[in-house]
Design a protein around this ligand. Structure first.
Ligand code: SAM
Length: 285
């Protein structure tokens, strides 16, 4: 491999050469440990012909590894100082830098634009932490096929995605994500492998789309799950009944779904929520 960009020496050299000092407002914390970027790229890409989208390449620490492992990498970056750096320092023909705010990108259009027939699509990123959740939800809501997403995020946020029933971090986000994906932790990452070092530790999480469930009107299902978690300390009945004019009906539906009205949403599995949705569908519409 070329000289790795993900070292403190090389990062500082590049920053000085191009006068690109980190911008806090863009969540810029660059990885300075080659083993970390290699492990993310290894987990993210299973075969050279996968189409890889990177979010926030920065000065190219992870991008460099992604371009070694795939024949087609598209990287979205918001900071207009960085395409020049990436083109000079990495500059492969199979790497395309797109200067765009990921939150304004039409993901479906971008996939359609670059994807060859039957090509698998994967996303990889050391995410800008200030917009972790909106980015991920944008990807989860995409209708074009995505195989897997491998991303670094704040450890605390990772714990919420990885939480299961009865964990204190378990919430609507955990349930909705499990509905779409199998979720696994790739590794924990210390705050000391970033430049500058953030105040929190991180974790790399992988989401693999499973297509196990196919509910009618998924938006309505997500709305119901969110409603059940609105007041975490209250019972599922207390939260669920807010969706109905007739409270008695809410009670009957819980019973039909074999859920005790006295339990809390945190005690319910994804399957419990799916059962509750199926018996309530007609009434919720
Ligand atoms: N990938 C590099 C690394 O690992 O060293 C940089 C990661 S840094 C945590 C986040 C990157 O996302 C920065 O390059 C930042 O400029 C970029 N970024 C921030 N907001 C963005 C947005 N809305 N759209 C695209 N890129 C964004």
């Amino acid at each position: 491999m070329d000289r790795p960009i993900a070292t403190i020496k090389r990062t500082k050299e590049i920053q000085e050469k191009y006068n690109v000092f980190t911008k806090k407002s863009y969540g810029q914390n660059f990885i300075i440990e080659p083993r970390v970027v290699e492990k993310i790229a290894d987990a993210a890409i299973k075969s050279k012909d996968e189409l890889v989208f990177e979010i926030g390449p920065g000065i190219g620490a992870l991008t460099q590894c992604l371009t070694m492992k795939s024949d087609q990498v598209i990287a979205f970056e918001i900071d207009d100082r960085l395409p020049e750096v990436l083109e000079n320092e990495i500059g492969y023909d199979h790497l395309k830098i797109v200067l765009k705010d990921i939150l304004k990108v039409d993901i479906n259009e971008e996939i359609k634009k670059y994807r060859k027939p039957d090509q698998k699509v994967v996303f990889a990123s050391n995410l800008p932490y200030y917009i972790t959740t909106p980015i991920l939800f944008k990807l989860f809501e995409a209708t074009e096929p995505i195989e897997r997403i491998t991303v670094m995020m704040q450890k605390e946020v990772a714990d919420r995605f990885l939480a299961s029933q009865n964990d204190k971090e378990y919430n609507a986000l955990s349930v909705i994500t499990q509905y779409r994906c199998d979720i696994k932790k790739v590794m924990d990452v210390s705050r000391h492998v970033f430049w500058p070092s953030p105040n929190v530790d991180s974790a790399v999480v992988q989401f693999t789309f499973h297509h196990k469930y196919n509910l009618k009107d998924e938006e309505l299902f997500f709305k119901m799950v969110k409603a059940c978690f609105v007041q975490r300390r209250k019972t599922i009945y207390n939260n669920f009944q807010t969706l109905f004019k007739d409270k008695e009906e809410a009670l009957q539906l819980l019973e039909k779904a074999q859920l005790k009205s006295s339990i809390r949403a945190q005690q319910c599995t994804l399957e419990d929520f799916i059962r509750l949705y199926e018996v309530s569908y007609e009434s919720l519409c």
